[in-house]
Write a protein that binds this ligand. Structure first.
Ligand code: ZN
Length: 459
């Protein structure tokens, strides 16, 4: 469909019929993002205080929290005061699904949703009307940072089993047609699918592509190998997984463009994205309050910062100081692009992406990639840690896998992790993706703080 027709007429008309607040949220975001960091902070804090007051009054779970603290919302005046406020862990939500829902919020305006998470344990929650509208606006806004607007053609390399069923519904097929969106499943990545996707994308001519880095990198490598050129999105956006530089490089090579990092999740939608300068990810501070929670490892004394997220628009089921299980550091120093939003400086990745070694070391994705990528005899691999002193390297072997390679890898792992680290090799015909189709290179099931040291590894 014609993008200008969608942008100027169809989309505004659709929002007017829906009588929702998406366009208001959008205008507000564009206003606030241009303010000075100090003013952005003020705006954010004002929204946070409203949410806090509301939650203390209408959400049983938070009413209890304040009672336990012997405090009132008014006692929390600064971000520092917040540190005494409890962190909301995924298990807290699983154990208190009803107490977290507002007593006065209309049920008809709550949308059920769930997230699989890499540990495979589902989390069910509700998204209120304001939060879904703000999310929609935020998607448009973050795309505009990369010069992509409403009506531009979007190709998504995406998919969870749940989404795939929904995607075939006629309503959703029509929605994609009228919003110029093409959905390609990240599940199917065999040779036939790659060629089929390439043909469809060449015809479609996407302005932007968005997908899992692992799927996009695999697709890109296949395109290069097959000599297929001519798919030219303006930006590619990498979302849903932590990625490695080589993945970004192969994607940029296949499409001759820049790829940008996007950080979001099922619970909140977009949280942060790189602007064109790619100097950290701009946090969508009108939508979410991000905090750093320092975590110190008892053995090594090393400190990491875990991220806590508060959804500032979620009144139906407020998530306050939610431990999203990712790490990162935040800076409020202004970006040279002019946006006053804070930035995520580093994302070391999901907390379970780091192997915690018996000697106190933490080994992130890069260590394992350098060790195992392009090793003779190892085609694809996955590192799984179930216990502190044992890792499993699951891999698809090629003919030239040898004992020499095995010994080399074991030697390097012990050098980094300590002699007591056991290394198991598991030959596999194929490697599991998560239920949402993501490939995870490193899965640690013991957590950063070692809460599962006693061997109760989470399924
Ligand atoms: Zn910027």
């Amino acid at each position: 469909m014609n993008r200008f027709f969608i942008r100027k007429l169809l989309y505004p008309a659709y929002r007017a019929i829906k009588r929702d607040g998406v366009l208001d949220y959008l205008a507000e975001m564009h206003r606030v993002e241009k303010l000075e960091p100090e003013q952005v902070r003020e705006f954010q804090w004002k929204k946070f205080k409203e949410l806090l007051e509301y939650s203390a009054k209408h959400v049983p779970y938070y009413r209890d929290v304040f009672k336990r603290l012997g405090a009132e919302p008014g006692d929390i005046k600064t971000e520092k005061d917040l540190q005494s406020f409890p962190v909301l862990r995924k298990d807290d939500i699983r154990e208190n699904p009803d107490a977290l829902i507002s007593e006065i919020y209309p049920r008809s305006q709550l949308d059920p949703d769930s997230t699989g998470g890499s540990t495979g344990k589902n989390l069910y929650f509700f998204v209120g009307k304001e939060a879904s509208e703000a999310r929609r606006a935020n998607n448009i806004r973050t795309n505009r940072w990369l010069d992509v607007d409403i009506g531009d053609k979007m190709a998504l390399l995406w998919g969870s089993a749940f989404d795939e069923d929904r995607s075939r519904k006629i309503k959703n097929v029509l929605k994609r047609y009228f919003s110029n969106t093409m959905l390609l499943s990240a599940y199917r990545m065999d040779e036939d699918s790659v060629h089929d996707y390439a043909r469809r994308l060449q015809r479609f001519g996407p302005d932007m592509m968005l997908g899992y880095p692992s799927a996009l990198a695999h697709f890109s490598a296949s395109l290069i190998e097959a000599g297929i050129d001519g798919i030219r999105p303006r930006p590619v956006v990498l979302s849903g997984e932590t990625f490695y530089d080589w993945q970004r490089e192969v994607i940029e090579k296949a499409f001759h463009i820049k790829a940008y990092n996007h950080y979001g999740c099922r619970e909140f939608g977009a949280i942060a994205r790189e602007c064109k300068l790619r100097d950290g990810l701009h946090i969508c501070a009108e939508r979410v309050l991000l905090e750093e929670l320092p975590v110190t490892d008892s053995t090594s004394g090393d400190t990491f910062t875990e991220l806590l997220v508060t959804d500032l628009d979620s009144f139906g089921m407020p998530f306050i100081r939610y431990a999203i299980e990712d790490m990162g550091t935040i800076t409020w120093e202004k970006c040279s692009c002019g946006l006053g939003l804070p930035r995520l400086e580093t994302t070391i990745g999901r907390t379970f992406d780091v192997v915690r070694a018996p000697n106190g070391n933490f080994l992130g994705g890069t260590f394992w990639t350098i060790l195992l990528r392009k090793k003779q005899g190892i085609e694809r691999w996955q590192v799984i840690q179930e216990k502190l002193d044992e890792i499993t390297i699951a891999f698809i072997p090629t003919d030239d896998f040898s004992d020499e390679i095995r010994q080399y890898v074991i030697g390097k792992v012990r050098e980094a992790c300590g002699e007591e680290m056991r290394v198991r090799f598991e030959l596999k015909p194929s490697l599991d993706s998560t239920p949402t189709g993501k490939h995870r290179f490193v899965i640690s099931k013991i957590g950063l703080k070692g809460e599962n040291d006693a061997g109760q590894a989470q399924g």
